[in-house]
Write a protein that binds this ligand. Structure first.
Ligand code: UT7
Length: 331
């Protein structure tokens, strides 16, 4: 019997309507458009404005696109995994909320926390459910409403992050397409450099946690940057080597959009020119678990059946990894 592979057969994406430009941030904190563009590559990002809105809204819109596009009955979805660090609530899970809203009554699912590597961790997890032969339709969402945990008076973080995300449908195939391999890593000793200290069981919400701004992202940018540059490049080179892939075999690098300089270093280590690197950081900033599905969504029309893609990410935790994927369809 041929081995079952997990192929991406559809992509959806969604961004909130409000644009937060560098010019607007210049009025909010001591920064400049020039600094943000030269240090990160970001020109604008989207943010979700208004009450009673959460990450599930991003997931609902992205998943609905997939269901509509493919004409799939919501009752046929088996499993929904959501990579996010900004769930609507600690519980119920964002997965539960999305399934309920879209009538996916036969699906179960869960949220998975791996910060900027959330989508890759969720995609490699979902792959196992397809490869086992047990499930036929699994959806993976990567989405974050980062504006809900960003301090808009902290210039070190507020210029970087944005809201948004996307989703992919995974289905089984016996052909040579889909997730070919993955390498995932985690190193908890890096947690001190990028985290949110309040709101969990150690520091439950209180006046004190609010006063000390513990419900916002804390980042030691340079420490994260140094680790990201080395590890994202290393893991991307490692998956190429493991699968005997040369630069000319790779059609696209799909890199987490944290900082253009990190992406450039990764592409250089892989020997890839800019023309093979997906980029949209200039428009959306860093949407944490949302960046990679948003890239696939933006570039879907340019992808051809048989293209070799390397997906790579590095983020809080620390968490990092890469996935080697062979694209399964022409749009
Ligand atoms: O996606 C999850 C993982 N996260 C990442 O991968 C992020 C990794 N880190 C980074 O991308 C970069 O470290 C940042 C973009 C966050 C910061 O860039 P940097 O080149 O590392 O800047 P820095 O922190 O070394 O700061 C350089 C200078 C400092 O001023 P002095 O001390 O040299 O006078 C900062 O205070 O830039 C200052 N600075 C700013 N200036 C204008 C920091 N933030 C800003 C700002 N506008 N927004």
């Amino acid at each position: 019997m041929k081995k079952i592979k997990a192929a991406i057969t559809a992509v959806g994406g969604w961004l909130p309507e409000t644009v937060l430009s560098n010019a607007e941030l210049e009025k909010m904190v001591d920064t400049t458009d020039d600094w943000i563009v030269s240090r990160t590559g970001i020109k604008e990002r989207r943010i979700m404005v208004g009450k009673d809105r959460g990450t599930s809204e991003i997931g609902i819109n992205a998943v609905k696109q997939i269901l509509d596009k493919k004409g799939i009955d919501p009752l046929d979805i088996d499993l929904l995994i959501v990579g996010t660090v900004t769930p609507d609530y600690l519980f119920p899970s964002t997965s539960n909320l999305i399934c309920d809203k879209l009538g996916m009554k036969n699906a179960w699912g869960f949220d998975l926390t791996a910060a900027c590597s959330g989508f890759l961790f969720a995609l490699s997890t979902a792959t196992q459910f397809i490869e086992s032969g047990r499930y036929k339709k699994v959806i993976v969402v990567g989405a974050d409403k980062m504006s809900s945990i960003i301090d808009y008076s902290d210039r070190a973080t507020c210029v970087i992050f944005g809201d948004g995300g996307g989703a992919v449908l995974l289905e089984p195939t016996e052909e040579d397409f889909g997730v070919m391999d993955f390498i995932m890593h985690a190193d908890g000793s890096g947690g001190q450099f990028l985290n949110m200290k309040g709101g969990g069981s150690v520091n439950p919400p209180s006046h004190e946690t609010v006063d000390k701004k513990m419900h916002y992202v804390f980042q030691e940018g340079q420490a994260v940057f140094k680790n990201a540059v080395v590890n994202m490049a290393e893991v991307s080179a490692a998956i190429m080597e493991k699968n005997s892939l040369k630069a000319e075999d790779i059609s696209w690098l799909v890199p987490h959009q944290a900082n253009k300089r990190i992406v450039d270093a990764t592409a250089k280590r892989m020997g890839l020119g800019q023309e093979k690197v997906m980029m949209n950081i200039q428009r959306y900033g860093n949407t944490t678990a949302g960046t990679i599905p948003l890239l696939l969504w933006d570039y879907e029309k340019q992808l051809k059946k048989g293209d070799n893609l390397i997906l790579s990410a590095f983020g809080g935790g620390f968490t990092w990894g890469s996935i080697y994927l062979r694209w399964a369809y022409n749009t």
